[in-house]
Design a protein around this ligand. Structure first.
Ligand code: SN0
Length: 316
């Protein structure tokens, strides 16, 4: 595997990849020879807790060394775009920085969030594509402007482990938030669930429709309570509007996930990728309940990442 940026990179062997991730839990150190004397570089343009730690942990299991670069703080400010005159703040061009990091690392991971100012720019994935183009080594997305594939793979593993029926009803629900957030997590979640053949319903207020490229095949239901009926999994997430790009159209707390709404479901499990705004996105009583699986979900980030890194190391 030369890159891991979306479900398309693993579509041919998705069930196998999930099985492999679950297998790795039983023998985390079984493939240490693969990563021996290999270096993984993790470049963060934005904050991270789970992605940073779970990726380092996965690399450790595989015998790799990790270098973490906080590119939002510790490095030179980078410019991008062809032919630009660099007489401003940026000291180096991203193509030079990435090519150099590719000399020091065998695999590079990069996190670069959407700016939410310009839809075309964000959906063109310039930073991620600059990494793929100039690194000269395999690249893993640690959340790009439009997708968060390591999260979605962990989500799929979690659903596979907890499902009580062969084809559970999974509901992705929009929830309120004080800040405008990217569409990366919900885009990616929808794309992965649909690729895995999951019965997916998406519920959100009008104006929060995601790009159809990611949601084709999902049921869209504007009535949240209707959507919750018979759900086996409730996956909550805020996102800003795609159509009115980057805008907050609603802060309606009637969309918060509550115990009373969870009672409409088929004793559904509650999921969220974290970090989560308690008592805005979800009530304490739900996220602290027996039905909440947010911690095992986060724990699965290690195995999702390890399965991906293993495949990449095997093809180096
Ligand atoms: C990010 C997002 O894409 O929604 C990362 C999720 C894994 N979340 C945030 O930026 C939350 C920020 C906040 O202030 O709550």
């Amino acid at each position: 595997m030369k890159q891991f940026t979306s479900v398309a990179d693993v579509a041919n062997f998705l069930p196998e990849l999930i099985r492999e991730a679950i297998q790795l839990k039983k023998a985390p150190f079984a493939y240490q020879h693969l990563g021996k004397n290999k270096v993984l570089g993790l470049v963060f343009m934005n904050p991270s807790l789970r992605t940073r730690l779970s990726t380092q942990r996965a690399a450790f299991h595989l015998g790799m060394q990790t270098i973490v670069v906080n590119a939002d703080k510790d490095t030179w400010k980078m410019a991008s775009g062809e032919g630009i005159v660099m007489d401003g703040e940026a000291a180096e061009h991203i193509k030079d920085a990435v090519a150099v990091m590719g000399q020091y690392c065998d695999i590079l991971g990069v996190r670069s969030f959407a700016g939410l100012a310009n839809k075309e720019e964000d959906y063109a994935e310039q930073t991620l594509n600059d990494f793929i183009r100039y690194a000269g080594v395999p690249v893993i997305s640690l959340e790009s402007a439009t997708r968060h594939p390591l999260q979605s793979l962990a989500d799929l593993i979690t659903i596979e482990e907890y499902k009580k029926t062969p084809r559970p009803k999974v509901v992705l629900t929009w929830a309120p938030h004080p800040k405008a957030l990217p569409q990366a997590v919900p885009n990616s979640f929808a794309e992965w669930m649909l690729a895995a053949g999951i019965d997916l319903t998406i519920t959100h207020p009008e104006g929060y429709e995601l790009n159809e490229q990611f949601t084709r095949g999902a049921k869209i239901v504007y009535d949240q309570r209707q959507a919750f009926k018979n759900a086996d999994f409730i996956y909550a997430k805020n996102w800003s509007s795609y159509t009115h790009y980057g805008q907050i159209l609603s802060r309606d707390r009637h969309w918060t996930v509550t115990t009373e709404k969870m009672a409409l479901t088929n004793q559904a499990y509650f999921m969220h990728c974290l970090p989560v705004r308690r008592n805005v996105v979800v009530e304490d009583a739900v996220i602290d309940s027996q039905q909440s699986i947010v911690i095992p979900q986060a724990a699965n980030r290690v195995w999702a990442c390890q399965a991906v890194l293993k495949r990449m190391l095997e093809s180096l």
